[in-house]
Design a protein around this ligand. Structure first.
Ligand code: ADP
Length: 452
């Protein structure tokens, strides 16, 4: 690493330059950065002004000026490279050095020296590294300083080139230019920094909006992907299962048409099988149609009292419940804004399954509970039935997926796919907790959102 790089690194570490993440703060971030750059370049560049200054002071026999110049150089180097000082202290030393320089230069060199120029520079630096308010205060301080010099000049209180070269009138004429230029600079910097700050804030706002839009877009994209996958599954299973009764009919017809196998079934048996397969086909197509209709009806969401809804569902299922000897208990349920028909279907399917998949010789016991959570209601429909193996927890919610043959438990495998679609229509999700032989609990959430 060369000398300049290591010098830069040291200044940077001493001044705790804010990292890039601070950019969002806007102008405040750049004030500290700017001070770092000033400290960084001012030390080497100070030789440009101070070395000739020291030289001239020695020639002109003003050794005190040379001492002040040297001390200023050392202090500048100290504030850029010195250890263990807060940034605020460094800034204060920096402004202090410039004030001392300008006062000494004014006293010893009068208008010949750059004293007034230094006062002007202080105003600009303060506005840039502190704030516009501090800039205006500096203009006021400089005004007081010029007035104090005016008093010194008017009453001839000290012996110095400044006092000797001026009367009060010409001092006012000269020094008022410093005040004029300083005020104009602070005013223009004020407008510039204000404009920059609002540009940065706007940019930050746009960036935040962009990020949240990108997030929404990504969410929408993954939702579309999920739906697409579901659709693929749906098409696969629908076409597969719909072919099953058709295959039966085709095989039966083949048997019937073949001379050798023609008498394998009696005419009555043949028609019975064909009839059964056709009815199943109709049942599946009907189920599919119902499934695709979920959420498409023109009926709006309405406030539904779930106690009444469940009472209706149970009344409809009365015969099945009695035949199975099922015991059904239902918690106090809430009122929610939902699609009433779909919600009814949901409970009908879950309670129907809880009764259907009961253990042999054990009367079904079904409980329905509801618990309020932060953003939704959590419903649970539990039974004491045959239970489900963990490997099938996801599968059972796919259309036409069944875990048992039709001879064991009648059904189409559409019910839980219905339930999933209905729950998702209400901004919720559905899952099952179960173990084989231990009963099952179907859990689902319904969003509390009140808008339809
Ligand atoms: P279906 O009841 O017509 O078979 P579902 O989609 O309602 O279709 O259910 C899919 C499968 O999930 C069922 O075939 C069954 O194997 C399993 N299942 C559903 N509910 C229960 C339950 N309460 N207990 C045990 N298994 C269940």
């Amino acid at each position: 690493m060369n000398l300049w790089d290591s010098y830069k690194k040291t200044v940077r570490s001493r001044l705790y330059v804010p990292d890039e993440a601070g950019r969002q703060e806007g102008v405040a971030f750049w004030r500290d950065r700017l001070f770092y750059y000033m400290a960084l370049y001012m030390v080497p560049l100070s030789f440009l002004a101070l070395v000739p200054g020291v030289f001239m002071s020695l020639i002109s026999d003003v050794p005190l000026l040379a001492v002040v110049d040297l001390v200023a150089m050392v202090l500048l180097a100290f504030l850029a490279l010195g250890k263990g000082m807060a940034l605020a202290t460094r800034k204060l030393i920096f402004i202090g050095i410039f004030y001392v320089l300008s006062v000494v230069l004014l006293i010893y060199l009068g208008s010949f020296g750059p004293g007034l120029l230094y006062l002007f520079a202080i105003t600009v630096f303060v506005t840039l590294i502190y704030s516009v308010r501090m800039g205006y205060i500096t203009v006021a301080v400089n005004l007081c300083l010029c007035a104090a010099f005016g008093v010194l000049i008017h009453f001839r209180l000290i012996h110095s080139p400044l006092v000797e070269a001026y009367d009060i009138g010409s001092w006012i004429a000269v020094s008022s230019n410093e005040i004029f230029l300083s005020t104009v600079s602070v005013l223009s910097l004020h407008l510039l920094l204000h404009g920059l700050q609002s540009t940065i804030e706007n940019e930050n706002k746009l960036q935040r909006e962009l990020l949240s839009e990108r997030k929404a877009l990504q969410d929408a994209l993954s939702e579309v992907r999920r739906k697409n996958l579901e659709l693929e599954q749906f098409t696969y299973f629908a076409s597969h299962d719909l072919q099953e009764p058709l295959t039966t009919i085709i095989s039966l017809t083949d048997l019937q048409q073949n001379a050798e196998t023609k008498d394998f079934l009696t005419q009555t048996e043949y028609f019975e099988y064909v009839d059964r397969a056709s009815k199943r086909m109709r049942q599946l197509i009907h189920g599919l149609l119902e499934y695709s209709r979920i959420g498409r009806s023109s009926v709006e969401k309405s406030m539904v009292d779930f106690d009444l809804l469940l009472a209706d569902v149970l009344a409809d299922m009365q015969v099945r419940i009695e035949q199975a000897g099922a015991e059904i208990s239902i918690d106090k349920l809430p009122q929610l804004l939902v699609f009433p028909l779909e919600m009814r279907q949901l409970f009908q399917n879950l309670i129907g399954n809880a009764i259907k998949f009961s253990r042999e010789g054990t009367a079904p016991v079904v409980t329905v509970t509801a618990r309020e959570e932060e953003s939704h209601w959590l419903f649970k429909v539990s039974d004491n039935g045959i239970g489900i193996s963990e490997t099938a927890f996801e599968k059972i919610f796919i259309i036409f997926q069944r875990l048992h043959g039709r001879s064991a438990y009648e059904g189409t495998g559409i019910g839980l796919a219905y339930c999933k679609k209905i729950v998702e229509l209400h901004g919720g999700r559905i899952w099952v907790e179960s173990a084989v032989g231990q009963g099952s609990t179907f859990c689902f959430t319904i969003s509390k959102e009140t808008t339809s």
